[in-house]
Design a protein around this ligand. Structure first.
Ligand code: ADP
Ligand code: MG
Length: 495
């Protein structure tokens, strides 16, 4: 989706009590606010993914709406903090776009949940007691007073450092590149300009971007880092246009040593903004400033962006972050559990690593949720409890997929006989699909390697492990195979 912030949205209706960040917009009526909250729901689900939406946003309820302020309630303090640190800026931007008016957003723990926890095993209630050490945004790198208000960016999240980034095959190149960028800036020789990080939702792009900022700020405390969402960039720019102050806009960027813009796919389609972005960009690069950008796709795949800008965006170092493999997912979970100070049984970590494969955010969200639950209820952490509490996240897997189903679907996809799944034939045209089926059996069912081996004509478990490794290694290199595997997976999951 793209955010549209037409200049008309910024009609001069500012009033004295509109918060500074939204000067220029009017404020919405209570009814309009509640209605807007309801109508952005589908959009939220789309933007953040249904699992995250279900985990953190769906539980939010409108508590009150007055004078341009929307107060939402969350069932737990945990969810409150999580939403504040991860979503508020986006929620606010979406509501403002929807309403074409200023919105200030507050999130509170629902009153019925605010009683502090008493000793063990109360009914499920969220209280300040459980508050995660982790979810507090940092106060880093902002010299707010020194800058004009409209130049202030977002804060860097203190948890998003290189130290807290777990690497594996999927992301080690991106990690090394980000460190290289930080090092170059520390040495006063910005390189790889722009550094363009792309990949799917929740794979660590923002994390790495912040990590660059933290690393540089650690050695150069006075460095001026401006970190913006693309909506903010748009907003600031449109306001400058409206005030006929694009020169001031450019000037203000002069003081910035590192410009970071997150999720620039949202800039797509805004011609005048692109033009300005292009110039701002060139000026900064010429002046030896570092630019770091993230997007959900590579520069040349960005829709509605001029070719000239696309090639400029891709003219530095472009790196993709891939979805982590199971091994990395497990390592990430271990690290997160440790940082939550929670002794997680490995069976539960393995369960999550196997079943929550799409992105790290979801993985982390799932872990946070069950840890919160265990802390609140005092219930022991078991795979059963995790399955129960994460029912909504596991729902894709609730459809019971059997090895039989997998063998049939794979056989028909690859045009071989189902009997070949069990036969000893080793010809490539049957061996490869058989390996795919074994791989999917491991991915989509909870059966063990020996179990799977038995279902494939009594093969040894080492054969199954080998098949899984072979396919895992092939997928990133063989687009056709990846597509076939994806197709079978979707059919099996009924997606
Ligand atoms: P993106 O910007 O790509 O959508 P984020 O950077 O916001 O993703 O990452 C989502 C969440 O997952 C963040 O809390 C982040 O700290 C965490 N995360 C992502 N990748 C890793 C990783 N490799 N190691 C540790 N945490 C990670
Ligand atoms: Mg991000």
């Amino acid at each position: 989706m793209t955010f549209s912030l037409p200049v008309a949205a910024l009609a001069p209706t500012a009033t004295a009590n509109v918060p500074a960040t939204v000067v220029g917009m009017g404020s919405a009526s209570p009814e309009a606010l509640s209605a807007a909250w309801a109508s952005v729901q589908p959009q939220l689900e789309k933007v953040f993914g249904s699992a995250d939406y279900a985990a953190w946003l769906a539980p939010l309820k409108v508590m009150s709406a007055t004078g341009g302020q929307l107060v939402l309630s969350a069932p737990t303090a945990f969810i409150t903090q999580w939403v504040e640190s991860h979503y508020t800026a986006h929620l606010q931007a979406m509501l403002e776009t929807e309403l074409q008016a200023s919105v200030s957003l507050k999130i509170h723990v629902a009153p019925q949940f605010t009683q502090p926890l008493t000793a063990a095993k109360p009914a499920l209630a969220g209280g300040p007691a459980l508050l995660p050490e982790t979810a507090v945004p940092a106060q880093v790198t902002e010299s707010a007073e020194a800058q004009p208000e409209w130049m202030q960016g977002l804060k860097l999240d203190s948890r998003y450092t290189f130290d807290f980034f777990v690497t594996g095959k999927s992301n080690q190149f991106a990690f090394a590149a980000a460190q290289g960028v930080a090092k170059a800036v520390q040495d006063g020789k910005p390189a790889f300009n722009p550094f363009f990080l792309h990949g799917g939702v929740g794979l660590g792009k923002t994390h790495l971007m912040h990590a660059i900022g933290h690393a540089v700020a650690a050695t150069k405390p006075n460095i001026n880092i401006l970190y913006l969402s693309s909506e903010q960039f748009l907003y600031k720019f449109i306001r400058a246009l409206k005030n006929k102050d694009t020169l001031g806009f450019k000037e203000a960027f002069r003081n910035v040593d590192i410009l970071m813009i997150d999720d620039i796919q949202f800039i797509a389609g805004k011609d005048s903004t692109q033009e300005e972005f292009f110039h701002t960009f060139n000026t900064l690069v010429q002046e030896g400033k570092q630019i770091v950008l993230t997007a959900d796709r590579s520069p040349h795949e960005l829709p509605n962006i001029e070719d000239r800008l696309k090639s400029r965006l891709g003219s530095g170092l472009t790196v993709e972050v891939h979805a982590p493999e199971e091994e990395t997912r497990l390592a990430i979970l271990q690290a997160k559990a440790e940082s939550l100070n929670f002794d997680m049984p490995s069976s539960v970590l393995q369960l999550l690593a196997t079943h929550i494969a799409s992105n790290v955010r979801e993985l982390e969200g799932a872990l946070n949720r069950i840890v919160a639950y265990a802390r609140l209820t005092g219930e022991p952490m078991t795979p059963d409890m995790a399955r129960e509490q994460l029912r909504d996240l596991f729902r894709v897997y609730n459809r019971v997929i059997t090895i039989d189903d997998i063998q049939q679907k794979v056989a028909s996809q690859f045009n071989i006989r189902v009997a070949d799944m069990h036969s000893p034939r080793r010809a490539r045209e049957v061996a490869r699909p058989r390996q795919v089926a074994m791989y999917l059996a491991k991915q989509l069912t909870s059966r063990s390697y020996p179990d799977i081996g038995r279902a494939f004509g009594g093969r040894d478990h080492t054969t199954v492990i080998h098949a899984c490794e072979t396919i895992t290694a092939l997928l990133p290199r063989d687009a056709q195979l990846a597509e076939q595997v994806d197709m079978v997976t979707r059919t099996l999951q009924g997606r």
